[in-house]
Design a protein around this ligand. Sequence first.
Ligand code: GRF
Length: 197
Amino acid sequence: MSRLVVLISGGGSNLQALIDAAQSGHLPADIAAVISNKKSAYGLERAAAVGIPSIFLSAKGFPDRESYDVALARMVREHRPDLIVLAGFMRILSPAFLDQFPGRVINLHPALPGRFAGTRAIERAFAAFQAGEITASGCMVHYAIPEVDAGPVIEYREVGFEPHDTLDTFAARLHGAEHELIVSATRKALRGMGERE
Ligand code: GRF
């Protein structure tokens, strides 16, 4: 069975989608560990609740990004992942991390390919909709490269705006699309690697 390590920073609703899919057999993988850079990440509790090793790795005490990334890579490697899934992981990963797992790190971003890279993507897309600049946004999963929220796209989902949308109603619809996308894209990435039985 393929092994995943999932990196998170927050609520972990996308992690929960992966947990549910793995448990129901819709995703042929085991989640070997969940690691967060935020101690308060509710996703750590979601993992612990189902017996998945859940680890907080603070950035405090590391002098710079690279030294954190080296320590994170070492911790990740201990769990022998076939694929590393960034599911709402809100740190930029440097080559000090990415170069250790070539072609094996995928990232979920709540915008369409080439649009609204960086933080607050949902809010920025909604503002563009309100300004009449766009009629749809979406979410994507791509291979992580040093350039933020860029890299070869595995899959994306378009999510249209509706006339009476508020930021909250749109975000809820987008998060729902993410929860389906992250499972589908992870499965596709594993297939592309010739998943281990
Ligand atoms: C998702 O919208 C993800 O695309 C973004 O942060 C959010 C994480 O949500 N990077 P959750 O922690 O999985 O609930």
